[in-house]
Design a protein around this ligand. Structure first.
Ligand code: HEM
Length: 347
């Protein structure tokens, strides 16, 4: 049973704000029979054990900055918690909405659980994933199926494989939780004393959590490398060598740069809504498949959805993000990463 006293103590988020690391593994799992009570029990105990499992690996090298964030997909959320009056679904949690632009499409793909595993050492990521999957059973006996496992690495000065520094506009300091974590004030309550209002207490399930969207993109490097540096810079909206932002003014006559399409300004308040990205290059020169694993954390799912719509449909419609002429998404999945306090209470 959930202990709802938890909303009165400070809510600890998961390590969403962990620093960008040298290594990461993005593990997406599908749960095999989510309606079966035994399966639900196994998943709940995996979620409740996240903090312990993380410590087991993190303690083996304190300089390794090991962390793991777990996200839960919309369908699995319903299976795990729909019978509980005390756990309310995060207001915006829904499956990834596929987008069909004039030229490029963003597909929705399967996934019930996301593990975003980060460390300075590859072996720490490996060890955590091994212990996690062993605990869920192997082969036909496993309660889960691996849908995608992408091993990411940091490339020179935090560049993506297109050669640009990636992650610069991320929020920092106090702006980070303000952009990324659902706040108590996001949960509306009609009552004067919200803490005694059962609807409010249930709604507070989401507080301290974050919506997470992932997409695995593969790049057409030959095509990209056929552009000169100036053309590449106008696609991204920053200079390649020195990472300086280009002026939006030059864009009025041409199609907009990626950084401009990915900027969301609130119509009411005029403020920009940032998201937190920890994209990672991945790939193998041997097979020729390489790309960027996009991961975005946000306090508001609609912000990420709007970024995607602006990129794929274009502004105005038809003027899509030219990064997509060189990058194709193979996956697209949405999750909610609840607070660590919420997870701990599941035991
Ligand atoms: C900015 C690369 C996909 C959202 C950037 C920048 C680069 C980049 C190099 C400029 C530096 C920076 O601020 O980080 C890529 C690549 C992608 C990709 C290689 C995949 C092929 C996406 C997607 C989204 C997104 C799918 C959102 C749904 C953003 C945002 C910014 C940004 C919000 C910062 C804009 C600003 O305020 O300046 N990206 N990106 N990106 N990207 Fe992407």
């Amino acid at each position: 049973q959930m202990s709802m006293a938890s909303h009165r103590v400070p809510i600890a988020p998961q390590s969403v704000d962990a620093p960008l690391t040298q290594h990461a593994t993005f593990l997406v799992l599908a749960v095999r029979s989510p309606a079966e009570p035994q399966t639900r029990q196994a998943i709940r105990s995996t979620l409740a054990g996240m903090s312990g499992r993380t410590k087991t690996v993190a303690m083996r090298d304190l300089g390794g900055r090991f962390s793991c964030v777990v996200g839960i997909g919309s369908d699995l959320w319903d299976h795990l918690f729909s019978s509980s009056a005390e756990v309310k679904k995060p207001a915006e949690l829904r499956p990834f909405r596929p987008i069909r632009g004039g030229k490029h499409a963003a597909p929705a793909t399967r996934g019930d659980l996301l593990f975003h595993i980060r460390a300075e050492r590859r072996d720490l990521c490996f060890e955590f994933e091994r212990q996690l999957l062993d605990s869920l059973g192997r082969g036909a006996d496993s309660v889960v199926e691996v849908v995608d496992e992408t091993v990411g690495f940091r490339y020179f000065d935090a560049r993506d494989l297109l050669g640009f520094v990636d992650g610069t506009a991320n929020p920092l300091g106090a702006a980070l939780p303000a952009s990324v974590l659902v706040a108590a004030s996001d949960i509306s309550s009609g009552s004067n004393d919200p803490c005694s209002d059962p609807d409010y207490v249930a709604a507070s399930t989401a507080v301290g959590g974050s919506y997470v969207v992932v997409q695995k993109y593969v790049h057409d490097m030959a095509r990209w490398n056929a552009l000169n540096t100036e053309q590449q810079e106008s696609v991204i909206g920053r200079t390649k060598l020195t990472n300086e932002e280009l002026d939006d003014v030059t864009e009025t006559t041409q199609s907009k740069a990626h950084k401009t399409l990915a900027t969301i300004v609130d119509e009411q308040t005029g403020e920009e809504h940032d998201i937190l990205r920890d994209n990672m290059p991945f790939g193998s020169p041997g097979t020729g498949e390489l790309g960027t694993y996009f991961i975005g954390y946000s306090r508001r799912l609609w912000v990420v959805e709007k970024m995607l719509e602006r990129m794929f449909v274009g502004v105005p419609p038809g003027m899509h993000d030219r990064i997509l002429d060189y990058s194709m998404p193979l996956t697209g999945t949405t999750f909610f990463a609840p607070s660590a306090s919420f997870l701990a209470n599941l035991s």
